[in-house]
Design a protein. Structure first.
Length: 468
């Protein structure tokens, strides 16, 4: 049972019932054309866009349509990394020049601060702790990639990034076998659900209408079509990330990549004395099939990675259910990092879906000829990138409507980027599963051979996938 919003009403909806939609059918109807802006998707991108547009132009009539409830998708199920990574930066540097990509990176650095500041201003308690991001290496090949990665980040303007050896790494977090790490201050731990629900409340307080339990089946210029009626607006924004394939005509636009999480029971002080992690940095590694983790506000470890990376036909996950084999694989990573946790119970497990473009580049676009806009393809870096995308969509709409001219955000290199569609099935399924099998094989070979260079299988997989 969940509480949902529709036309100002607070409704109880039981999603296990096949007729759950009937509970909200009468609360939407056919929305009138007084709507000035419509966001499809009740996650970070849609809510942040509504927030910034309403703050900039308070008289706008803004509607957010969400298929189930705000935060049902990746915004409520991510690993809690608010950090400055953005998918596609290297490709944008090649296409638009190094300085353009530096501007994009600086915008992402500033976005971390923007989210922290805005959450404080709106009294959103999302367990935010700005401890930075620590990415560790524990094989010779990972260490070589780490040093190269660190140098590239510095070249893109991160002068405050720090490179550590084994001892300095252990001073922060005692990851077993870690031989080095790179730390950036441009990162924070968050509680994903608390951030998205707090943001939804802030948006509603501004006067934005949120229709939950209202799936959009098709988007046309000035029209968002639902089973219960059509919302008409001059601007309709697709903010659906990994659920984009559920919209008519977008089956191959972005690939829905599945990611999974586990969380331990709260750990006692004696275990934290052994592990360290007093700075509560978000924690990642340099493996090809990488992991991501955080120390939560209630002293759990929440750790994520790829389980089943992709389901045939761009099907999305089933309400977060996670297979036992995936939970076991994530537990192995947890114990590999912290052997002391071998007997610690796993209290929670869940899965989510994120959006992956064919060229692995996040994008934000407003088509001025149709009024259709979209943002996404964050490839797992969406907690912060969604905020930057939302502010960019705000500026693009204000520019198109004659309220302002170009801004620093509208001239960033990811604006208007075009991505080709994914291959049809079964090529899509075979390709994704083959590539992730290759990455896991490469990680195993690097760990067993202790070679100081990246395994050629991973290099080939990167080229085929378009990641680099």
């Amino acid at each position: 049972m969940a509480r949902v919003r529709a036309n100002g009403a607070d409704l109880a909806v039981d999603y296990t019932r096949p007729d759950w939609a009937d509970h909200v059918r009468a609360h939407l109807g056919d929305a009138a054309a007084t709507v000035v802006f419509d966001s499809v998707g009740g996650g970070y991108t849609g809510l942040w866009t509504a927030y910034y547009l309403k703050k900039a132009v308070p008289f706008l009539n803004i509607v957010v349509l969400e298929g189930k409830f705000c935060g049902y998708g990746a915004s409520g199920r991510n690993g809690g990394w608010l950090y400055n990574g953005i998918a596609g930066r290297d490709r944008y540097a090649r296409a638009h020049g190094h300085e353009a990509a530096v501007r994009l990176q600086q915008a992402m650095n500033d976005t971390v601060t923007e989210v922290v500041r805005t959450a404080a201003d709106e009294n959103i308690d999302a367990d935010i702790h700005q401890g930075g991001v620590l990415e560790v290496a524990y094989t010779p090949a990972q260490l070589a990639r780490l040093k190269a990665f660190h140098s590239v980040e510095v070249a893109f303007g991160e002068r405050d990034r720090e490179l550590y050896g084994a001892r300095e790494t252990a001073d922060r977090v005692r990851v077993t076998g870690a031989v080095g790490s790179s730390w950036t201050p441009h990162g924070a731990r968050i509680h994903p659900v608390k951030l998205v629900t707090g943001l939804a409340a802030a948006v509603e307080a501004l006067g934005v209408t949120i229709h939950e339990a209202t799936p959009v089946t098709e988007i046309k210029p000035k029209h968002a079509i639902t089973p219960y009626g059509t919302v008409r607006a001059p601007y309709v924004l697709r903010c659906t990330e990994g659920f984009t394939p559920t919209i008519k005509g977008h089956k191959r636009t972005w690939l829905p990549m599945n990611s999974s999480m586990i969380a331990t029971e709260p750990l006692p002080p004696e275990i934290w004395d052994e592990i360290g992690w007093a700075g509560r940095e978000t924690l990642g590694d340099m493996a090809h099939a990488y992991m991501y983790a955080q120390r939560t506000a209630d002293d759990r470890i929440a750790l994520g990675g790829r389980g089943i990376p992709y389901r045939y036909g761009s099907r999305t996950d089933n309400d977060g259910r996670t297979q036992a084999a995936t939970i076991d694989a994530l537990r192995e990573i947890l114990v590999r990092f912290f052997p002391r946790l071998a007997g610690v119970p796993i209290a929670h497990a869940w899965s989510g879906v994120l959006g992956v473009p064919r060229d692995w580049c996040a994008t934000v676009t407003l088509d001025r000829s149709t009024g259709l806009g979209w943002a996404g393809g964050y490839v797992g870096s969406g907690v912060a990138t969604a905020n930057l995308a939302a502010r960019t969509l705000r500026d693009l709409i204000q520019q198109d409507s004659g309220q302002s001219g170009p801004t620093d955000l509208t001239t960033l290199p990811w604006v208007g980027h075009k991505v080709r569609r994914w291959e049809p099935e079964p090529l899509r399924w075979l390709g994704v599963h083959t590539l992730y099998a290759a990455y896991r094989t490469a990680d195993h070979r690097e760990a067993s051979t202790h070679t100081p260079t990246t395994d050629p299988i991973a290099t080939l997989a990167d080229r085929i996938s378009g990641r680099h």
